[in-house]
Design a protein around this ligand. Sequence first.
Ligand SMILES: *[C@@H]1O[C@H](CO)[C@@H](O)[C@H](O)[C@H]1NC(C)=O
Ligand SMILES: *[C@@H]1O[C@H](CO)[C@@H](O)[C@H](O)[C@H]1NC(C)=O
Ligand SMILES: *[C@@H]1O[C@H](CO)[C@@H](O)[C@H](O)[C@H]1NC(C)=O
Ligand SMILES: *[C@@H]1O[C@H](CO)[C@@H](O)[C@H](O)[C@H]1NC(C)=O
Ligand SMILES: *[C@@H]1O[C@H](CO)[C@@H](O)[C@H](O)[C@H]1NC(C)=O
Ligand SMILES: *[C@@H]1O[C@H](CO)[C@@H](O)[C@H](O)[C@H]1NC(C)=O
Ligand SMILES: *[C@@H]1O[C@H](CO)[C@@H](O)[C@H](O)[C@H]1NC(C)=O
Ligand SMILES: *[C@@H]1O[C@H](CO)[C@@H](O)[C@H](O)[C@H]1NC(C)=O
Ligand SMILES: *[C@@H]1O[C@H](CO)[C@@H](O)[C@H](O)[C@H]1NC(C)=O
Ligand SMILES: *[C@@H]1O[C@H](CO)[C@@H](O)[C@H](O)[C@H]1NC(C)=O
Length: 735
Amino acid sequence: MAKIMLYLPLLPSLLFTRISASYVHSMESSTSKCSNISIPYPFGIVGGNPAPAQGFEITCSLSDSSPMVRINNGMFAILNFSLLDGFVSILASATSQQCKRNSSFSLEGTNFTFSDTRNKFTAVGCDMIAMLLNGSSGYNGGCASFCSTKTNIIDGVCSGVACCQAPVPKGLKKLELEFTNITGHLSRPNKVNNNPTCAEAFIAEQNYYVFSSVDLNNTNRTNPQYRHVVLEWSIDGGYCEEAKRSASYACKENSYCYNSSNGIGYRCNCTFGFQGNPYLQGPGGCQDINECVIKSPCTHKCTNTEGSFSCMCPAGMTGDGLKEGSGCNGIGTLLIKIVTGLALLLLLLILIFWTHWLVKKRKLVKKRQRYFMQNGGMLLKQKMFSQSAPLRIFTSSELDRATNSFNDDNIIGRGGFGIVYKGILCDQMVVAIKKAQRVDQNRMEQFINELVILSQVNHKNVVQLLGCCLETELPLLVYEFITNGTLFHHLHSTSIPISWEDRLRIAVETASALAYLHLATKEPIIHRDVKSSNILLDENFTAKVSDFGASRHIPHNQTHVTTLVQGTLGYMDPEYFQTSQLTERSDVYSFGVVLIELLARQKPISDGKTDDVRNLACHFSMLFYQNQLLEIVDSQVAEEAGTKHVKTVAQLALRCLRSIGEERPRMIEVAIELEALRRLMKQHSILQTEEDPMLCEPNHHADMNIQASSSLSLDNITKEESMDTILLPFRDLSC
Ligand SMILES: *[C@@H]1O[C@H](CO)[C@@H](O)[C@H](O)[C@H]1NC(C)=O
Ligand SMILES: *[C@@H]1O[C@H](CO)[C@@H](O)[C@H](O)[C@H]1NC(C)=O
Ligand SMILES: *[C@@H]1O[C@H](CO)[C@@H](O)[C@H](O)[C@H]1NC(C)=O
Ligand SMILES: *[C@@H]1O[C@H](CO)[C@@H](O)[C@H](O)[C@H]1NC(C)=O
Ligand SMILES: *[C@@H]1O[C@H](CO)[C@@H](O)[C@H](O)[C@H]1NC(C)=O
Ligand SMILES: *[C@@H]1O[C@H](CO)[C@@H](O)[C@H](O)[C@H]1NC(C)=O
Ligand SMILES: *[C@@H]1O[C@H](CO)[C@@H](O)[C@H](O)[C@H]1NC(C)=O
Ligand SMILES: *[C@@H]1O[C@H](CO)[C@@H](O)[C@H](O)[C@H]1NC(C)=O
Ligand SMILES: *[C@@H]1O[C@H](CO)[C@@H](O)[C@H](O)[C@H]1NC(C)=O
Ligand SMILES: *[C@@H]1O[C@H](CO)[C@@H](O)[C@H](O)[C@H]1NC(C)=O
């Protein structure tokens, strides 16, 4: 670690020197130019850097437009260098004329030969053979040309008539020619020019020379004709194997040697994947080609390596990764596409559900607000503020949680008024929640007033209204939860009857609660549906009057209200039924029926009996006046209370049942009388059965409490009983 840190500061300067050095080098070596032709090593300008190899010296003077090379005392302009192929194009007159018998062009002693592939040997003349001499040993090439008629001589065609061509033999270094006159040896003699002409032969770049018949007359020209000639150069030093052992081996790093095809000597080329000048060392020499940068040969990822490159396929795919190969194949991309596609889809779905949920929630909130307004929520708030009503406004979600979304398992009763649910609030308080009836818009204010008044009712024998919720279509009323079921249930549906003492107490409590409703509240409240199933019992068997659903208060200036007749058959005031005029005395009548129910322990309407005994009130009064009271009174009551006492209570009950309402006692009077009777009886029983403490203990019903699970309710109401609440012809009238 420390070592690296130590070297790090040196790095930039090292890089710098290296770069600048290479710059200078490349400036001096690779880009040495003459005119606009760059001169590659081993060629070089005399005195330049790097110095040219021996035999490859170039002179470059300002006066000449081209670099010049010296060949056997002659200076020739260089048109072109080809480093890797080993060619150099020069402008020269490699010509021999039949009539001059002299001129020759020699490359002997130089590092050049005539290129056999890029040049052509051409002869122009009539009826002659032009032969290339290989020293003194013999011929090594040549061609023959004939001229019979003029019409056969065609410009641009050099195929043996006036002009012939032959390939240049390999390794030719000298142009030495022998012309042979074949006039007279031909069956069709020359008719073009009877005077013999001088033939001319030369070596020039392939396709450079185009035959023209004019040239037939110019073969004895004096001025030399310069043409493009391609020379091949090679490094002296034998074949590659030999040269490699030599100290002067010319091929530098990342290069290889190959034999010159055209004579002794060798040349160099960069190995595959490198480019540059194989005769140079360093930056100008063979350098790695970054294949990936130039034009990536890979379909996917390309990595350049020294002298090569490698293609890589993405994960999950196979193949060579080459564009010109098998490429990259496999399920990789498909899989990735599917996965990303699925992910996108999922995201979209989540988004859709989320917005859907949001919209739904907004709608719900709006709906709740609408219901709240419809149900008079604002009015209630206003009233609560002005009248300081101790009413709690619940949210619908609060009650939703409390009743487990109004689950059917939470239903504790169904009545004419609505369904009653048991609910447990957040603070573990148990409540009874009643779904009220739809609020008629015309009655909305009345409904709210009623709520406010009911909330102000505070009596120990009245089921307390705790609050309400107006955010639902049907307003929800929240009452305290009474544990022990209805009086109806305890009278008619259990095997263990309540003692008379308790029954009397319940009667007193009920009467006082009703009296309270009639008198103590701001505006009188008429219960309107007083019956044993609306009297609930708590764990101490204390009566709690419930179900104000049908309750109506009477405004101050009126003594009665005209309403749609409502009530329960058997308990209903016949006067109210006839006139539809509701007064406090209707409650008194209904209470009278309850009182008789307590005495007789019979349902107000019994099934399967004849008409005159079917209605309890009628039957009771009939028997009372026939002095056969004990026939109908519960034997237990008669035993516990005594005939006299029973008769007094019965008289009170019958007073309550008088057909003219005005003649009935007021509720408060009933309460007081009953209370007095109760005290009397208590004293009497204490005197009578001092040794029996059981009578004073209402708690002997404790074992019964468990089975009573409901409260406000009408849970034990059978179908027929619910039917009773529906209006039927009132049979009470017959009595
Ligand atoms: C060099 O310049 C001449 C004219 O000045 C032009 O004809 C020739 O094509 C150029 N050669 C190169 C290799 O640029
Ligand atoms: C230079 O050489 C190439 C082939 O090596 C050739 O095609 C081209 O014509 C030459 N240019 C000149 C100006 O001679
Ligand atoms: C021909 O060759 C002779 C010697 O071989 C030489 O003296 C003479 O100058 C040459 N003539 C021409 C025109 O080159
Ligand atoms: C030319 O002659 C030499 C021997 O003098 C021989 O080795 C060479 O192959 C000959 N060249 C041709 C093209 O015939
Ligand atoms: C070729 O030979 C013919 C007859 O043999 C002669 O007339 C003619 O002049 C000769 N041509 C030359 C160029 O020597
Ligand atoms: C060549 O010269 C001869 C006479 O010397 C003449 O008749 C002929 O037309 C010339 N040919 C051409 C193609 O100029
Ligand atoms: C060719 O030209 C030379 C002079 O350059 C002359 O001496 C000779 O006679 C000419 N030959 C013919 C056949 O015209
Ligand atoms: C060029 O040829 C000469 C003479 O044969 C030789 O001395 C020299 O080494 C050659 N140059 C190279 C670079 O081979
Ligand atoms: C060069 O030529 C020699 C002789 O023909 C031969 O033995 C050798 O294998 C050749 N080398 C290369 C690299 O072609
Ligand atoms: C030199 O090498 C390159 C690439 O390696 C190749 O294309 C070229 O044909 C080679 N030249 C010769 C003359 O072998």
